[in-house]
Design a protein around this ligand. Structure first.
Ligand code: MN
Length: 197
């Protein structure tokens, strides 16, 4: 059985960029529903007892397993998202990641623009990502529950751009949400750990 992992910070810790109200619904309702759905869907099947990553990989791109994939990938994506944020985060990373940002995007400002653009132009629901791929950093976007995990890239950071991620705090202003997250919350220490892992 999968369980909802607790948030890695207090529900007020990301305020005012992300309010406790938004975190309460997003983590306590949306993320939890994906966990509950996944448990119900795999119960009594040959996927029961497998790791979350194994279920995501085993069901990706299979039309008859779309329900399992959607819920498993959303569980994984959301846990990754909470860890991609931290109070007092954001801004230009230092050290190796800072050098890689410069080498891959031609500077932090270009990186920021590219990530914000990917998040804002993801039509409908989805995710914006920073990934490591072939020794370079790349920005990618994925629709709905899709995740770079199944496409051979190594996810470093993500931003949830489903409306439920920002609507209570920002209504239709997705760009304001995304820019505030990039400036104030991105957890570069988590990215560094993922790059090394
Ligand atoms: Mn979400």
């Amino acid at each position: 059985m999968f369980t909802l992992p607790p948030l890695p910070y207090a529900d007020t810790a990301l305020d005012p960029v992300i309010s406790a109200n938004t975190l309460g619904f997003h983590h306590g309702k949306h993320h939890k529903t994906y966990v509950d759905n996944l448990n119900n869907l795999v119960k009594g099947t040959d996927l029961e007892g497998q790791s979350l990553e194994a279920i995501v990989q085993a069901t990706a791109g299979k039309a008859d397993k779309a329900g399992v994939f959607n819920n498993a990938a959303q569980v994984w994506n959301h846990t990754f998202f909470w860890n991609s944020l931290r109070p007092g985060g954001g801004g230009k990373p230092s050290g190796k990641l800072g050098e890689m940002v410069d080498a891959s995007f031609g500077g932090y400002d270009n990186f920021k623009k590219e990530l914000a653009q990917a998040c804002v132009t993801q039509f409908g629901s989805g995710w914006g990502w920073l990934v490591a791929d072939g020794g370079a950093l790349k920005v990618v976007k994925t629709p709905n529950a899709e995740t770079p995990l199944t496409k051979g890239a190594k996810p470093l950071l993500t931003i949830d751009v489903w409306e439920h991620a920002y609507y209570l705090d920002y209504q239709n202003r997705r760009a304001d949400f995304v820019n505030a997250v990039i400036d104030k919350l991105l957890n570069w220490q988590f990215a560094e750990k993922n790059l090394a892992g």
